[in-house]
Design a binder for this molecule. Structure first.
Ligand code: SAM
Length: 328
């Protein structure tokens, strides 16, 4: 039997989901995410160690944390990630463990991830046009990413979700190509509105997903869909229910009222909201030898700081940290 949750924020929302950033480094430089030439990475001594992460996750799980998504930066650049995942997977109470990756290294690591207990993958892929991919990410490596996806599919990860950030220069042809590709491969597709994180996100330019949704609905004969546990995404699906497209619309239709998550950055800072600055520092607490009860107290205090909603629309200049730092 699952213990009742203690993870309730001041607005009555149950927080059972953590995005865990295991590094702020990345092998890509997506132009809306991390500025070119960025050097302000956390120094290794400030990275939470695996045993520290495990202790904090254990404390959170005993309070009611159920779902963890490993993210970054690019999580697959963190050495021995599969060993950390296996340790987290063994924590009682954690029932759902997934990973977000750009898939550049997925063909090499997929089998070890699966073995360690990851069932579900979210892959960031903004286009299937190799030149556009290279312009967005700063690297000409689309074939490597596509190979990683095929390896993961072959290993039975399910679902595999493709996250596509919508940019002003994304063409209708690119959208249609991505829908065809995901339909053919049985991948869930999700479009994401670019958020004004740091200078990069602000420069990328917001694209409203609502008209895109209407066009695709007609073009591919899709119907409104409901995907259980789908979080903030709103879905369209094929009439037979085999294929779905999610629309993650933090700006045009925000979903803060049902927010169930917090984020932990690699330096041990917990961010209570992606689009606000409320935070709680865990590194010193962990390194001062805090007991599990003291960690639990810290988690409850942190949740008490969770704000009601993001301020991307009202104060887009407010969030100066990049997504790669917070953990997307
Ligand atoms: N490297 C991993 C990956 O590519 O999935 C995990 C981290 S990445 C920061 C997580 C997601 O955040 C990616 O899908 C990326 O496209 C998205 N992202 C980054 N900056 C963003 C922004 N300003 N607005 C919306 N999405 C953003």
């Amino acid at each position: 039997m699952t213990a009742p949750t203690n993870l309730i924020d001041p607005f009555g929302r149950t927080v059972e989901y953590l995005r865990l950033s295991v590094t702020d480094r990345c092998d890509l430089r997506c132009n809306y995410c991390m500025p070119k030439g960025f050097k302000g990475f956390e120094e290794p001594p400030n990275w939470l160690r695996f045993d520290e992460i495990e202790r904090l996750m254990g404390a959170m799980a005993s309070l009611g944390l159920r779902k963890i998504r490993i993210t970054g930066g690019e999580p697959l650049v963190r050495k021995d990630l599969d060993k950390l995942i296996a340790r987290i997977n063994a924590i009682p109470g954690i029932t759902d463990l997934s990973l977000s990756t750009n898939a550049t290294r997925l063909s090499v690591h997929a089998a070890a991830l699966r073995e360690a207990g990851v069932d579900r993958l979210n892959i960031s892929l903004d286009t299937l046009d190799p030149e556009h991919f290279a312009r967005i990410t700063g690297r000409d490596c689309l074939p490597q990413v596509l190979e990683g996806l095929q390896v993961a599919k072959g290993l039975g990860f399910s679902p595999i979700k493709i996250n596509m950030v919508m940019m002003q220069e994304t063409t209708e042809a690119e959208l249609d190509q991505m829908v065809d590709y995901c339909m053919a491969n049985n991948f869930v597709l999700r479009f994401i509105e670019v958020m004004p994180m740091g200078d990069t996100g602000r420069n990328a330019g917001f694209v409203d997903l609502q008209p895109i949704k209407q066009r695709l609905q007609t073009r591919f004969g899709l119907v409104d869909g409901v995907v259980p546990g789908a979080g903030p995404a709103r879905y369209l699906q094929s009439p037979d229910g085999h294929f779905s497209i999610g629309f993650i619309t933090p700006l045009s239709q925000h979903f803060c009222a049902t927010c169930n998550r917090v984020r932990l950055a690699v330096d041990g800072t917990m961010y209570l909201c992606l689009g606000n600055d409320h935070r709680y520092e865990f590194r010193e607490l962990l390194r001062s030898g805090a007991s599990i009860d003291e960690l639990k107290q810290g988690v409850i205090e942190a949740l008490g700081r969770k704000p009601e909603r993001h301020e991307f629309n009202e104060a887009p200049e407010k969030i100066i940290r990049f997504m790669s730092h917070t953990g997307g």
